[in-house]
Design a protein. Sequence first.
Lengths: 243, 243
Amino acid sequence: MKIKLEIQYDGTHYAGWQRQKNGISIQEKIEEGLQKLFGERVVLHGASRTDSGVHAKLQVAHFRASKILKNIDYALALNTQLPHDIRILSSQEVSEDFHAMRSTKSKIYEYFIYNKPVKSALYYRHSLWVPQKLDVLAMDEASQYLVGVHDFKSFQASNSCFKTTVREIFGIKWKEKEEFLVFSIQGSGFLKYMVRIIVGTLLEVGKGNVTPLEFKEILNSKDRSQAGRTARPQGLFLKEVLY
Amino acid sequence: MKIKLEIQYDGTHYAGWQRQKNGISIQEKIEEGLQKLFGERVVLHGASRTDSGVHAKLQVAHFRASKILKNIDYALALNTQLPHDIRILSSQEVSEDFHAMRSTKSKIYEYFIYNKPVKSALYYRHSLWVPQKLDVLAMDEASQYLVGVHDFKSFQASNSCFKTTVREIFGIKWKEKEEFLVFSIQGSGFLKYMVRIIVGTLLEVGKGNVTPLEFKEILNSKDRSQAGRTARPQGLFLKEVLY
């Protein structure tokens, strides 16, 4: 029996989604809860391996259970086992051919920029502070070069090991949401640090250090060293996973 | 010389605005910073005594300095002394007759309600979770009875000691902001716990336990025991102070 979970988390206190030796991961926390529930080791497969410090409004994962727990709402039961910064929003039985990562059609990420003169006392856990004035029109113009099928090697962590660096970006939007400037990107898949390096490079465009055409050249160069800095993880949210 | 400060803070880790023996207050933190700057004890007067756990998007305070520090931006200098959850947004010299609390014309508070079936992993520090379906129209209808000059004794902490419990409410609004239902209230002044008790009572209206007319009767009863529970401080933000 396969179960799909919808999960929300605040990544502040975690070493990212994926289980690892150097810190407590979100996957590990939920797997511990599942183990208590089922009395056996359960492996959780997530749609996205969010980095340390990155948040999820809606992450999706699945697991296979060897037995059926009757009259149990898995979301409710798991939430009693989990810390307050990880919540299971829903659980649902799915067909055997569903795979949280492989069945994904697209994912949407949002990056929150707090663009005010003074750092926020309230939102430092959930945004990147940029005190400089930003040219949002130029950032938008540059970012539209990313839409379509491209080799995104320029925007990948240098220690990365994906087989192919070609991905498709379906759409990019810039929105003002309350006190934030929000960069929203929908794509078929994302390389390691990809959204954060894209945002870091677009901020150079916003500050006037890189023109939109130069940004296009950075994309075409397939050279990580041409791109800007990796923007801090705190501003990044996995917003949705579409199947 | 009198200096006015605009201040933002996350109240999560503080015992409220006002200096006290039972915990670390925001006033104390800023006064410590001022003492380092001026080399003498400086008293800070805030516009609003926000409760423990309550946040401020914009609090106003003033202090009197016995000397002038030349070429010093007080906001910048203070921020280097303060923790990241307290930020001075601006500083400005004001005339001798300005008083952060007494000169106030009105204050605006916002209360954030997260009205979804599952508690939020992301926003528990900044909102009240209400899983039940709420009748927002009924809550809005009830809340409009608060507008005008009234004796708000029903909506005051029982251990309170204000001379008069009459205040004027200038306006009330309900808004949907992203994932939140936001209650916004502007008034001449507020009693201890007033906004939180009002919200707690309006939530009873939203859940269908109290009708809008019964809410009006609770206001008129001048009896704290008729009103609902004090809503948790985490959802409350001091939004603005007007002079």
